[in-house]
Design a protein around this ligand. Structure first.
Ligand code: PFF
Length: 450
């Protein structure tokens, strides 16, 4: 195994690493995507499938990616190739790293568009635009934003530029440290909104909608959506956690760290659900209205609550921040790859990758307006990018990763590294070798059978 590049530093402490991992995991996936996917998939069926996927597939894949990353100490492609070689396996496993990088690259293009929406809403709420507005006018404001290709492009550009700047200068570490304060604050505001909802109605209905098991709605496509989202929300199946693992010191306990990350990520997503659905129900909005869900519901609450302008502005500011700590993690593997595999410097790698991603993002945002009629197999460009990544690239990359981890790597060394014994180790082996891969394959088969 060759050595690290000089600038391939390690996290100063396991706490720094937890912050970085949480920073990557918690983002628009929790606050923007999770609620609207719940709404589109009929509520509790999605929530239940999602919780199962997180526990039985997401958790082991997360641990596997960190462990592989820590062994390989490089970008995901070289890591997979090297680790495969050291286990006496074929170097074609490097492809798993490559599909991962591709996934992150594609996701960032549309992620940045939504990051732009959040940025735009900081200014809208901050200027008091939503005070005293009703659900129709809040909806109209959102529709007007979507209809304007210029507005969307400006904010997408700002978001992408911020991401590139942070990655290019390499101040990722500073950002993660700031997250120490901002993440808890985001959690706090979410809970303030949940509290507001308890008083203002719709809360019981939302709890029933999210948590009353209704297995009749648990179809193959709901399960695939939940599986894909489990990967998306934990930032797995795309090389990011492998890249982060490559900076990880040996003393970090992977299982405990993964547990912390998974719990925090899930709690924030569920809190976002409880912040949004009561408003949807008490104002007669449509839960299945898609990606605009948080933008047409939360401003109604901010427009009528005490100090709503301040709380709302802060909320969208914090979401943007959470989105940035995720987007830098989406850009990092591509940059790391270009930097280590070509002669380009970090700055040039960052700028070139960002320009291509930005262009793809522009194509994605045009699908909300000028190119609305252009579809690829029935999906606009934005939806196509989302579906290809979440429903195929991530789960399949994760499947290959977990098969490699469970079947191709030396299990005794892994057992020592994870410090597991007896029944716990056996349980771990059953999950990694059978439950997780079979669950992924089963979900694909269920979807194909429709
Ligand atoms: N996990 C982030 C979120 O939930 O917003 C999004 C994300 C970051 C997805 C990094 C994928 C990724 F590799």
């Amino acid at each position: 195994m060759s050595t690290h590049k000089q600038d391939h530093a390690q996290w100063s402490s396991s706490f720094g690493f937890v912050l970085a991992a949480v920073g990557s995991a918690v983002g628009l996936g929790n606050i923007w995507k999770f609620p609207y996917m719940v709404g589109e998939s009929g509520g509790s069926a999605f929530v239940i499938a999602y919780l199962f996927c997180i526990a039985l597939v997401g958790f082991p894949v997360l641990v596997a990616e960190w462990l592989i990353g820590r062994r390989g100490q490089k970008n995901p492609v070289n890591t997979f190739t090297d680790v495969a070689a050291s286990e006496g396996k074929s170097s074609t496993w490097g492809i798993v790293g490559a599909t991962g990088i591709l996934g992150g690259f594609l996701i960032l293009s549309f992620y940045s568009v939504i990051g732009g929406w959040a940025l735009n809403y900081i200014t809208k709420i901050g200027s008091g635009s939503f005070i005293g507005q009703n659900s129709e006018s809040v909806g109209a404001t959102f529709d007007a934003m979507l209809a304007s290709a210029g507005t969307l492009t400006i904010w997408h550009t700002v978001f992408m530029a911020l991401t590139a700047l942070i990655v290019g200068i390499g101040v990722t570490r500073g950002i993660e440290m700031t997250a120490k304060i901002l993440m808890p604050l985001l959690g706090l505001i979410l809970f303030i909104i949940v509290g507001y909802n308890v008083v203002n109605g719709g809360f019981g209905e939302a709890v029933a909608y999210l948590f009353t098991p209704d297995l009749s709605k648990l179809t193959g496509s709901v399960m695939l959506a939940a599986l894909g989202h489990a990967f998306f929300t934990l930032s797995i199946g795309m090389g990011i956690m492998i890249a982060y693992g490559s900076y990880l010191g040996r003393e970090v306990n992977l299982l405990k760290t993964a547990r912390t990350v998974v719990i925090l990520d899930t709690v924030i997503a569920l809190a976002a659900g409880l912040a949004i659905f009561p408003i949807i129900f008490s104002h007669g909005l449509d839960p299945s209205s898609g990606p605009g869900l948080i933008f047409v519901s939360l401003p109604i609450a901010f427009g009528s609550m005490t100090a709503g302008t301040i709380i709302g502005t802060l909320f969208f500011l914090l979401i943007t921040f959470a989105a940035l700590t995720s987007s830098i993690s989406l850009l990092e593997p591509t940059v790391e790859f270009l930097e280590e595999r070509t002669s380009m410097s970090r700055t040039v790698s960052t700028i070139s990758a960002s320009i291509v991603i930005w262009l793809l993002g522009v194509a994605a945002l045009l699908s909300f307006n000028l190119w609305a009629d252009f579809t690829i197999m029935g999906n606009g460009i934005f939806d196509a990018l989302d579906k290809v990544t979440s429903k195929f690239l991530l789960p399949l990359t994760g499947l290959a990763g977990i098969i490699f981890f469970g079947w191709k790597m030396d299990q005794t060394a892994i057992q020592r590294e994870l410090n597991l014994s007896g029944g716990t180790w056996q349980l771990w082996q059953i999950v990694v070798k059978f439950i997780a891969p079979i669950a992924i394959v089963a979900v694909f088969i269920a979807t194909l059978m429709g």
